[in-house]
Design a protein around this ligand. Sequence first.
Ligand code: HEM
Length: 387
Amino acid sequence: MDRLCVCTYVPHRLLRKISATHMFSPQCLDATKTVRMKKVNELVTFISEICERGESVNIARASFVTSLNLISNTLFSTDLGSYDPRTSMELQESVVRIMETIGKPNLANYFPLIGFIDVQGIRKEMKVCSDVLFQVFQGFIDARNNDKSSRSEGDLLDSLMDLVKENGSELNVNDIKHFLYDLFLAGTDTNSTTVEWAMAELLRNPKTMAKAQAEMDDVVGPNGVVQESHISDLPYLQALVKETLRLHPPGPLLGPHKAETNVEVLGFLVPKNAQVLVNAWYIGRDSSVWENSEQFEPERFLVGREIDVKGRDFELIPFGAGRRICPGMSVAMKTVPLILASLLHSFQWKRQNGVFPEDLNMDESFGVTLHKTNPLCAVPVKKRVNG
Ligand code: HEM
């Protein structure tokens, strides 16, 4: 993978390095632990309110807001998402619209000659929404430049602005805005889609759901509150996250790669400059590698050789591998299990009119992110006495 790694959509390599030290390093992850807990607790509170009204929750939408607020708090120390559909959050709406627009089949990809006409208005829509994001980011940058007291000790924007001052020749405010843009797009939908697919698999596999909940009752205690520190003691939960990423990798074709030089892969020549799309979705379902490859069986990760998602085991690469591996992997592997554990430990889940069937519709819509075609809506029922 390292030889197929020319960067095609992140504007500045330096920023990748910065994110590794300023956002995703073990120290930063430790420092942002409290924010993650707070935001996940807000999700639980929101669902508890829905529970009291006996309504259903759109799982992807709710966990999308949590993921968005997690990122916006790490970057700007503020919420940019809202669970209340009546509250207009322009950044949230624009991120959703960008993800929907990117996911649409674009005729220009099939007929490049007509690309300049923008028949479907995709380019225009992308521009309108992206402009909103850039304006919001510029607003935060201006506020910090104009009013030093609006700087909040330790969030990522402060560090990035300090870096611009120190490395003016290599880095400018535009680079920062593009970097923030990538983080919001790459780090929200991926997380929430994974939570939705995991919940869908569990709802049609009640025995698997019961096993995961029993493990939590043992480790967290029936009336305890899930903490991030519990996750390492919940092997079944970790296995079910891996199994979800195997069957439903949010980035089914990873990011577009390009060969830096002629590369030989398994006897095939990949010529220099060729664009390479890696089908992580197929790799995860390859029946020559995975037994019962279409079945959701977290147990497969608990026996035999340990297979992880960190880019070293090529049969499971939902985050990619090599130099271009997802920089947010460590934060995703903390957030997704934490959200899932909180949803499963605090609530039982049912369908509006009964239980979910084994043949629950699991159709996938291929786009940049692999979405569930029919959004999963489920009714929460409070499980814990003090939850
Ligand atoms: C379950 C959650 C996630 C999955 C499955 C995932 C997966 C991926 C994949 C497959 C790529 C492309 C890798 C390649 O081209 O080989 C990627 C890139 C990226 N991801 Fe993630 N991601 C997740 C969560 C996150 C989060 C939470 C963040 C940030 C907070 C994030 C930030 C990024 C960025 C900035 C890139 C672009 C990196 C580059 O092009 O160099 N991701 N991710």
